[in-house]
Design a protein around this ligand. Sequence first.
Ligand code: SF4
Length: 352
Amino acid sequence: MKTSFYQYPLSDLQELFKANELPPSGPGLLFNWHYKKRQFAACTVDLAKKSIEFVATHLNFDLPQVDVVQESQDKTVKFLMRLQDGLKVETVLIPFNGKYTICLSSQVGCAMKCSFCHTGLQGLNRNLTTDEIIGQFLMSQKWLTEHRPEDDRILNIVFMGQGEPLHNFDAVKKACEIFLSQHGLSIADQKITISTAGYLPGLERWKVEMPKVNIALSLHSPVKEKRDQLIPINKRYPLEDVLSYVQAIPEGKNRFVTYEYLLIENFNDSMEDAHLTGQLLTGKKAYISLIPFNPFPGSHYQRPDLKKVEQFKSILDSYKIPTIIRATKGDEILAACGQLNSKFSYSPKESE
Ligand code: SF4
């Protein structure tokens, strides 16, 4: 059975070539062909005959297929991607200054069951493989090149789509190696951010194995009872423990942790909540991203009005913590955090 080329970081591909007594130049040539030259068909240029035969016999270059594309007025693009087994995930391109941040999914569904999240309500179906993660990037890049050639650069990657990335650590780690590799997709250091609900076993590994990747923690409340309600794994992995890992970020220029705070009307948006958050994070290498909740059909939470959001921010400002109110780009196509797969509900049966 063939395996996907896109599941191999360069060092793994080099090992594969070595184990099969193939010329050592092959992996670099293949990376250059597929990632730098953006070619999708198997490479037949410059490779030794023996390598071409090996690739044809053992590797495939299958990628997820774009099923549906939705574009919003602010140029956000949401893709529904169909995987080889017919399951579907969403990927979002978020524009900034003529470039893009890509928001990737790491799982089909999610096991974390956050109460504000449409994906969480679906439960976990399965982990994505490395090639399915890389495939989301490549297919989005291809769409940009074909439809917006004037501004087709993806400079940032955030794992904020469906799934808890640290719960699918091995596949996400390999994908990040390919993203960061100078021979691969050449994403700059610290331009990849993994957003986590606070999955402690993954955080322990992140600190050791993925130091170049940034962390964004879904904080959403410093109050235990409220956070328990929003993020059920808070009961198993308490915030104090999670913070001790998150705040031990490797030293580096401008390294900081982003704390995401989803503001929900009359739940976690009081002035007291703001002060408690300020007290928790004051003096830390913190950056707060306030996200007014974007209601989706069936959710029982509501969005606070802008005045309340601004008051919340001004209290955090008084603690001298850099805080932004995140513009909810792509509102009309439900591309905001925790709302993926809301409109295109997938069903395994759909693909049968
Ligand atoms: S917010 Fe993230 S971690 Fe929580 S259920 Fe949704 S996808 Fe999973």
